[in-house]
Structures are given as C-alpha cells and as structure tokens.
Design a protein around this ligand. Structure first.
Ligand SMILES: Cc1ncc(C[n+]2csc(CCOP(=O)(O)OP(=O)(O)O)c2C)c(N)n1
Ligand code: SF4
Length: 285
C-alpha cells in the first residue's frame, strides 16, 4: 500500500504562508494514496509558475517543463507509455493563456491525462499581473485601471471542446477536491480539474472569504452530470453563486484507444526486431 510518507521529498514547498496551492498539493498526494498508484508509475508534468513547482515536492516521476507546455510534454509521455498515469499541473496563466491552444487540442483528442489548473486569477510567480481569468475591472500592476477583456471561462470551453470529465474544486474544500482528483485519475480520457486557488499575496479580491460566500456543491443539487446542455448552463454561473464539483462526465474512446499501434502494447514495449518493414521498403525503394 502506498502511503503519504512514500510521497515525501527532501525539499518542502516555498509558497507564501496561506497560499491556496498547499491544499491542492495535499489533495493530489491524498488522491495518489487513495487510488493506490505506485509512485514509479505516475508522472506529474507542470509548466512555469508558483503551482508548477509542485512536481518537485511529490515523490513520483516529475517534469517541470516550460511556460504553457505541460500538456504537450504530458501527451508525448502518455503516447510513449500509455501504462503510465499522467497528471499535468499548472496555473491559469500557464494553461489558459500561453498554453490555451494545447488545452483545447488535448481536450478534443480526449487523451488520458488528468489536468489540474490552479486558478488564482492572477500571475503569482511574476508578482501579480493580470491573467486570462482575472475578473473584468481587476486592477493589477499590468492593468492599473482595471482589466478590459472578459475572462476566459475554462469550464464552458471544456464543455464545448470535448473534455470528457469536467470539474471545479476549491482549495478550502480539500476532501472534496481529493475526490474530484481521484475520479479524474480513474476516468479514461481527458479530465479537467479547475481549482479556485486563492493567491493570498497578489489577489486581494478573489480571497478564501470571497469564494466561501459564493461556492456551492453541484452534487447537493439535482444537476445531471451526463447532460451537456445543463453543464454548459452551469458553466456560465460565476457571480454571486459559483458551482464546484463535477459538471460533466462522458464515456468515449480515448485517443490512445483509437491508435491500433499502442492500444494493446505501449510504444516502449515494441521491439524494433519485431517490426517487418520489407513490404514498405518494396513499395518505396
Ligand atoms: C515563454 C514565457 N513567457 C513568460 C514567462 C514569465 N512567466 C513565468 S510564470 C508566468 C505566469 C505565472 O502565472 P500562472 O501561470 O497563473 O501561475 P501562478 O504563478 O499564478 O501559479 C509568466 C508570465 C516565462 N517563464 N516564459
Ligand atoms: S504568490 Fe500567490 S500563488 Fe504564488 S506562492 Fe504566493 S500566494 Fe501562492
């Protein structure tokens, strides 16, 4: 049995005291323990940002990539060895800004990756600039008179671009978040877990208190997680009431399932001597 102790690293997180990344880190480790995933079969990919330092502090395999690129690197790993559990982590700037193209294409491919976005609605690591999910009017050092654009709605985007597991967690609800991650990891296909993650240093608007006054759990309503239209309707709620929990879930073949080359045997197990290329050579040479 895997324990939390097995996931301990020598270093400890250096996030600001009270940062919403701490409960996400704990929830991810608890989810690995709950699903009894052996650390050597798990790879956590990240981009660049405060939350992207996470792979350094969980004793699985990890890859701290470049800004906005955890998903393409994770996709490569998953295609090379689809026996691995592949998890990607990054901020809203990382995934919904510079990396948004990768986000959309990973969802429409339905590649089997769990993607946790620590959505603090600001750039934390670079000391507090506006992000793609900052609320309209939010004033930062990069937008001193307030953001003009409408924020990206990641849940709506996920519903319309084919993600087969779409959820939102909240840092203050760690057990609830753990359950979302457990289900996301077990899900066969692309799983999005967008997390409301207070940045206590650079976002003084979307605080723990601000979210606590607004969040409610979808599972405590009559929301039907198989109803795409209902999921889209719910995705539009982000004002006085903010839903958390599972918005949508669907079963369909993953990208890997549709590739006969790797469906049954992972690419890394193919032996070059087993591949007969004579017919191909005859055709082209
Ligand atoms: C190509 C590139 N552009 C810009 C940067 C500078 N940069 C580093 S982190 C970051 C944004 C961090 O915000 P977010 O992704 O939301 O993560 P957080 O720090 O809030 O967790 C930026 C713009 C970079 N490292 N690489
Ligand atoms: S700057 Fe914000 S996101 Fe980064 S560690 Fe501090 S509180 Fe967390």
């Amino acid at each position: 049995m895997v324990t939390l102790n097995d996931l301990k690293t020598i270093g400890q997180p250096n996030w600001c005291p009270g940062c919403g990344n701490f409960p996400i880190w704990h929830a991810l480790k608890s989810a690995i323990v709950e699903t009894n995933l052996e650390p050597h079969n798990v790879v956590i990919f990240s981009g660049i940002g405060c939350s992207s330092k996470m792979p350094h502090w969980i004793n699985t395999y990890g890859f701290h990539s470049i800004h906005g690129r955890p998903l393409p690197v994770a996709t490569g790993a998953r295609l090379a060895n689809n026996n691995l559990t592949v998890i990607a982590v990054g901020g809203d700037g990382d995934g919904y800004g510079i990396g948004i193209g990768h986000f959309i294409h990973a969802m429409r491919r339905n590649i089997n990756i769990t993607y946790i976005v620590t959505n603090n609605q600001v750039y934390g690591l670079t000391t507090g600039q506006t992000s793609p999910t900052s609320d309209k009017g939010f004033a930062t050092k990069s937008t001193p008179t307030g953001v003009i654009e409408m924020p990206i709605n990641p849940i709506a985007l996920a519903v319309t671009t084919g993600s087969t597991y779409i959820s939102r967690g909240f840092s203050k609800e760690m057990k609830h978040l753990t359950k979302l991650i457990v289900e996301g990891v077990k899900h066969e296909g692309f799983a999005l877990i967008d997390v409301l993650q207070p940045c206590v240093t650079f976002n003084r608007k979307n605080t723990y208190e601000w979210f606590s006054e607004r969040v409610y759990k979808l599972e405590e309503t009559d929301h039907d997680v198989t109803d795409k239209q209902a999921a889209f309707q719910k995705s539009l709620e982000f004002n006085n009431r903010i839903p958390i929990g599972l918005f949508y879930k669907e079963t369909k073949p993953t990208y890997e399932d549709e590739l006969p080359q790797i469906k049954d045997i992972p690419l890394i197990k193919h032996r070059i001597e087993d591949i007969d290329i004579r017919a191909l050579m005859d055709e082209f040479v």
